[in-house]
Design a binder for this molecule. Structure first.
Ligand code: ATP
Ligand code: MG
Length: 350
């Protein structure tokens, strides 16, 4: 996930982070916040190290700190462009977590930015957003402790039942609406960043660190993530007079992902793994994809609200939560159906 958030309140994060903080000057390498005045929602307060933990809406939130030395690695879950994810267990509590080890050894300035980012992300607490618990810095190697999602990601999953898709979209939109209200833009919504657990809860994963790495990586480097789910105006900045609205960008990515679940394939006339030029042509130069005529009118309309070429015409997450396609879902029935969506457990590898 790549949040584009407001700077933290001046009090900053925890007392331990204050110790590490440089003396005075603001770090000007962070981008200026892209502020939407209509979203005048205050940032969450920084955590207080003395007071009791705030009531959490996320049942997996952990109140106390987890020491790195108390974690045992169980197995490797998978690797992406930015790092490798392991399943780990916290010995004292026997709780499982996911530990994301970020590739490369980063300069102190980058690590400082990542620390600052994690301080903000630790306050993010929503049932449909993967909880970020801690960040460890071992001689420049950064590891992030995350809530463990035992069902893995939704990549490659076919969901032809609209009722299931409606429930899934509602859950992702709830998480996205929460992030957007806090001025956090994800920037990397795609099936592999949507995770599910055995309670059939779908959560948005992966934000924070990747945004910083984005800034430090060469954009021509193939290790930078795919553009397949990026909106046309983000790929081609000429399209919207150079303006990029990250909130609307997230909605486009959501629309592509939901349509991909329904079709069981990447919805553009090019492979998702295609080269940059073919993807760019397909996404920026042709009409946005649509749901097929066999789909319901509500679903077709929902997809068209996400996949508007003009970002100003895309619906917001709050508006989409009120869309008939989302409202028609019966949560208790759909929860049962979602059970069938659970992917097989990830392969055990070392
Ligand atoms: P990219 O780096 O391009 O975003 P990715 O999302 O597949 O690709 P990672 O975010 O590094 O890469 O994740 C690697 C794998 O680890 C994913 O396929 C996902 O299934 C799994 N994973 C990531 N976070 C968690 C988590 N919190 N709980 C369980 N599994 C996770
Ligand atoms: Mg990921």
């Amino acid at each position: 996930m790549r949040p584009n958030h407001q700077p933290p309140p001046s009090a900053g994060g925890s007392s331990s982070s204050n110790k590490n903080r440089p003396r005075r000057r603001a770090d000007l390498t962070l981008p200026l916040p892209q502020r939407d005045p209509s979203l005048a929602v205050p940032l969450p307060l920084p955590p207080s190290s003395n007071s009791a933990p705030p009531a959490s809406s996320n049942s997996n939130a952990l109140p106390q700190q987890v020491n790195f030395s108390e974690l045992d690695r169980v197995n490797r879950i998978g690797s992406g462009t930015g790092g490798t994810v392991y399943k780990v267990v916290h010995r004292p509590s026997s709780r499982p977590y996911a530990l994301k080890v970020i590739y490369g050894n980063h300069e102190e300035s980058v690590r400082r930015q990542i620390r600052r980012e994690i301080e903000i992300l630790r306050d993010v607490d929503h049932p449909n957003v993967v909880k970020c618990h801690e960040m460890y810095d071992h001689n420049g190697e950064i590891q992030v402790l995350l809530e463990f999602m035992d069902g893995g990601s939704l990549e490659g999953i076919l969901i032809s039942q609209e009722a299931n898709l409606s429930d899934l979209a509602r859950q992702v939109l709830s998480g996205l609406n929460y992030l957007h209200r806090r001025h956090i833009v994800h920037r990397d919504i795609k099936p592999s960043n949507l995770l599910i657990n055995s309670k059939k809860v779908v959560k948005i994963a992966d934000f924070g660190v990747s945004r910083i790495l984005d800034q430090t990586m060469d954009p021509c480097n193939s290790s930078v993530g795919t553009i397949a789910y990026m909106s046309p105006e983000r790929i081609n900045t000429d399209l919207n007079h150079g303006l990029y609205d990250g909130y609307a960008g997230d909605i486009w990515s959501l629309g592509v992902s939901i349509l991909e679940f329904y079709l069981g394939r990447f919805p553009f006339a090019v492979g998702r793994q295609g080269d940059w030029a073919s993807l760019m042509c397909a996404i920026c130069m042709s009409q946005p994809p649509e749901a097929p005529p066999t789909a319901s009118n509500e679903f077709r309309h929902f997809i068209s609200c996400c996949l508007q070429r003009d970002p100003a015409r895309r619906w917001s997450a709050a508006q989409l939560l009120q869309h008939p396609f989302i409202l028609r879902g019966q949560p208790h029935q759909v929860a049962q159906n979602l059970h069938q969506l659970l992917p097989p457990p990830p392969p055990l590898s070392s």
